[in-house]
Design a protein around this ligand. Structure first.
Ligand SMILES: Nc1ncnc2c1ncn2[C@@H]1O[C@H](COP(=O)(O)OP(=O)(O)OP(=O)(O)O)[C@@H](O)[C@H]1O
Ligand SMILES: [Mg+2]
Length: 243
């Protein structure tokens, strides 16, 4: 299988505080790549480096054959890197459809006509089509998470970044999210999915990485990673946060 993303020995952080420490990993085209790790270990920061919110001080990020390490966030978005935010950020006063349209027109740079097509497609994939006229501020948490994914899809990504889209949901709702991720995988997206619920990750991912202190601690087949001694130690509090 081809590779869609490679992190090579990446160091990155905020100001002088380094959060990512020599982080290396590789995501294959079409796979669901899970990322777990204790609070504050740098999972969201890895996404920030990947989309261009922060620029690494060392190492390389290769996306779809291109070195994007220092590329501007907008340009990366147009190359097909699309993210969700850990805390959903819809425009509350706008409808579900309008939220998606903004992503398609401003994120992906589509004309309004093409943007409408892409936005409606994204709403179908996330099962929000019937709620397209509802104001985003009136949505339930599950639907806000769906909208967060739909907005990312509105930018027409090849690589979709999901940051704790299942957090705060009931068990039944988490199953809905798992189904949605499976649908997106079948539709051909490559996906990196950060989540804390390890059981969910074992069922839904092809490869699983556990991060600790900004590095990759264990990577491999999800069940093996879950059962690894190192991962157990980290989750039982063996490693302190960077904070
Ligand atoms: N904008 C920022 N400026 C300064 N420090 C930050 C910023 N964002 C995050 N940090 C710090 O970077 C470290 C890693 O944070 P990050 O959000 O990447 O963790 P995480 O693994 O996503 O944690 P969680 O599981 O809680 O979401 C933490 O110590 C955090 O306080
Ligand atoms: Mg996070």
């Amino acid at each position: 299988m081809d590779t869609i993303l490679t992190f090579k020995n990446v160091n990155a952080g905020y100001g002088r505080v380094r959060i990512l420490n020599d982080l290396s990993f590789e995501v294959k085209k079409g796979e669901v790549y899970g990322v777990i790790g204790p609070n504050g270990c740098g999972k969201t920061t890895m996404f920030n480096a990947l989309i261009g919110l922060i620029i690494p001080t060392h190492g390389e990020i290769i996306y779809d054959g291109k070195n994007v390490t220092k590329m501007k966030a907008n340009d990366r978005c147009r190359l097909g890197i699309g993210r969700t935010y850990q805390v959903p950020r819809p425009f509350e006063g706008m409808s579900v459809f309008e939220n998606c349209l903004v992503a398609a027109v401003h994120g992906a740079g589509h004309s309004e006509k093409e943007g409408r097509r892409v936005a409606l497609e994204a709403l179908k994939l996330t099962e929000l089509y019937d709620k397209r006229e509802v104001r985003a501020g009136e949505l339930t948490l599950l639907d806000r998470k769906r909208l967060e994914i739909a907005r990312a899809l509105g930018t027409e990504p090849k690589l979709l970044l999901l940051d704790e889209v299942a957090a705060g949901l009931t068990e039944a709702e988490v199953k809905d999210v798992m189904k949605m991720v499976a649908t997106l995988k079948d539709a051909g997206y490559s996906i990196i999915w950060i989540e804390h619920v390890i059981e969910t990750m074992v069922k839904s991912t092809d490869t699983l990485m556990c991060m600790a202190q900004g590095s990759n601690l264990v990577v491999g087949e999800p069940l093996e990673v879950m059962n690894s001694k190192l991962v157990e130690e980290v989750y039982l509090g063996g490693v302190e946060d960077d904070e």
